[in-house]
Design a protein around this ligand. Sequence first.
Ligand SMILES: Nc1ncnc2c1ncn2[C@@H]1O[C@H](COP(=O)(O)OP(=O)(O)OP(=O)(O)O)[C@@H](O)[C@H]1O
Length: 343
Amino acid sequence: MIELKNISKTFHQKNKKLKALNNVSLEVEKGEILGIIGFSGAGKSTLIRSVNLLEKPDEGQIIINEIDFSKLNSKQLAKQRKKIGMIFQHFNLLSSKTVSENIALPLELDNVSKSEINKKVNELLEIVGLQDKANEYPKNLSGGQKQRVAIARALANNPYLLLCDEATSALDPATTQSILELLKDINQRLNITIFLITHEMEVVKTICHRVAVIDQGEISVVGKLKQIISNRENDTIKQFITSKKMTMPPELKIQNTTEQSLDSFPLVEVQLNGEIAFEELLSIIYDEYNISYKLLKADVEYLGKSNFGKLLLHLKGSAVENNTIIEYLNEINIQTTIRGYAA
Ligand SMILES: Nc1ncnc2c1ncn2[C@@H]1O[C@H](COP(=O)(O)OP(=O)(O)OP(=O)(O)O)[C@@H](O)[C@H]1O
């Protein structure tokens, strides 16, 4: 339904050239939620903005429902854009207008009658669960509520496609989940195709049917997340999973010694490599090596049959026993870091 064919884009700044997209080809199927994940500067925004030609590629074609967008004149393009909704990280609401007025805006611009606007705005308020906020101004809303208004506004013209540009990046984890649920609902109930970009693994894990990884302007892999992970094909995805830094529990009094003393035990950060389930690993430490430990933290992603992520273990064996287990982990390619010692 949406075909991006050999899209390239280079930005020129003074004497510098920056190739933001390099020969990107991608298809988004009707009804699916496709997510593009990539690190900062990878080209995500440039790519999503190319779909409705907010960013004009230097080369390539954008074909949506068999219409070649690259060949449209500005009037034709404006007409097509009405059927493509877009939401942004910072919501882009008009602060001088109420929730209802913000949602009504695209319809007013389209000269829809007042009574039809009212009917549609009420419908949209219900879809996004904001009936009680109709007359509030954006400054009185939470981030999640603002994004709900932006979603309602993006749906005003009954789009077949919704573009989401880091839509949950400014929100806390619980609000992120609620917005993702809303997007999932919109996708299923209204049959709207969703194309999103994100740097959050949580987003692709929660709602995307397929995911594409972008790195330095190139798509390195496209597929179902589980397939990508379980085949361990993609370094970028692995970095996403393992790059989160583990914070130490604040109640621990950490000693900055380099060796275990009589009254202290090592705090070991264990980086899972996807080859062994973390429950199995813990049972090896306790049942096979007879070393007691306290699991202080687990930040583990279950993807397919693989476990990725980190554990923070407070090993409670003798110095020799603890070293034995660390050596064993390293032998099976599990990276360990001693983050300090504590009683
Ligand atoms: N208007 C512009 N002028 C010059 N360079 C640009 C422009 N827009 C983007 N770039 C450059 O193109 C590259 C890709 O940028 P883009 O914003 O698409 O990345 P991104 O993956 O969305 O990053 P982020 O997650 O940080 O927003 C970056 O190196 C960026 O600096």
